[in-house]
Design a protein around this ligand. Structure first.
Ligand code: GAR
Length: 288
């Protein structure tokens, strides 16, 4: 049952616990508020009281749940959840959500943030994790969030359109690279024009290109005595770390920085900007 809910809402165990707590506390709060309001009217308990109580509780429930969701960090989930209920009541069929695939090769901290950001979203569903490294941390994250994963293999990826069919079959309409270390073949770029983006842990065009990933980038930045580094989010083209820049954000590099401490600053910037920017880009695609 709990596993089914995790899969349905695409959340991990902790988030599910917080969501269930929000339902419980929000429900109690609205029951309490409903009784207090009826007390003020001086109405005797009876049929009218029960009808009014049900009406009040129905009206107050979304408000109470949203209120409780704020301190429990679940506001985004409940805003979207209540929006969906509203749509159902109005008989409005929500637009199909964008189906996003995350391509990653490593630990997957960006993938995790993106999954958390869109958990319960009505408009964006992270539907597939694509990975080229058996045993990579991102595969555990996919399992945790109950998102299907696809382990790809070099020959099939670079020759032919084997995986393209898989992506299309999963209904993927946007691809997000989050620490994915293979170049994207032109067939895939052609199939998703303007719909593949990458994040790079430096201020491109500096410190990009083949072999420039993860700590190699931070080591090079420190060795060059840079005073500033940052992140670049860009569209993907046929060259490594090359397509049109969408966003850059910076952080200082201090004399006591090591590659590890710089990596931490960069990850913080990535987690802050990447999920939000993906949401904004997909929203713009809706208006095209
Ligand atoms: C991120 O810092 C990302 O910018 C970098 O790999 C890291 C993956 O971290 N990508 C590149 O270097 C691509 N050239 P994560 O697995 O924790 O998300």
């Amino acid at each position: 049952m709990l596993d089914k809910l995790k899969a349905r809402w695409k959340v991990n165990g902790l988030n599910l616990l917080l969501i269930i707590s929000t339902f419980a506390l929000g429900g109690s709060l609205c029951g309490y508020a409903g009784r207090r309001i009826l007390l003020l009217t001086g109405l005797e308990k009876g049929f009218a009281w029960i009808v009014l109580y049900i009406l009040l509780v129905t009206l107050l429930w979304p408000l109470c749940v949203l209120l409780i969701s704020i301190p429990l960090g679940q506001f985004r989930f409940f805003r979207s959840y209540i929006g969906k209920i509203g749509n159902k009541i109005r008989g409005k069929k929500g637009a199909q959500p964008h189906r996003v695939a995350i391509f990653a090769s490593g630990a997957g901290s960006n993938a995790r943030r993106i999954l958390e950001h869109f958990a319960g979203s009505e408009t964006v569903a992270v539907s597939l994790i694509v990975c080229n490294k058996p045993g990579a941390g991102v595969l555990d994250i996919a399992r945790e969030f109950k998102v299907p994963s696809l382990l790809i293999e070099k020959d099939n990826f670079f020759r032919g359109d084997h995986y393209l069919a898989e992506l299309k079959k999963s209904g993927i309409d946007f691809i997000v690279l989050a620490g994915f270390l293979w170049k994207i073949p032109s067939g895939l770029i052609g199939a998703y024009p303007g719909r593949i983006i990458n994040i790079h842990p430096a201020l491109l065009p500096k410190y990009g290109g083949k072999g420039m990933y993860g700590n190699h980038v931070h080591e090079a930045v420190i060795a060059a005595g840079e005073k500033e580094s940052g992140i670049t989010i860009h569209y993907v083209d046929e060259q490594y770390d090359h397509g049109k820049t969408i966003l850059q954000a910076t952080c200082p590099v201090t004399p006591d920085d090591s590659p590890a401490s710089l990596a931490q600053k960069i990850h913080a910037l990535e987690h802050q900007h990447y999920p939000k920017l993906i949401g904004e880009l997909l929203q713009k695609q809706n208006h095209r």
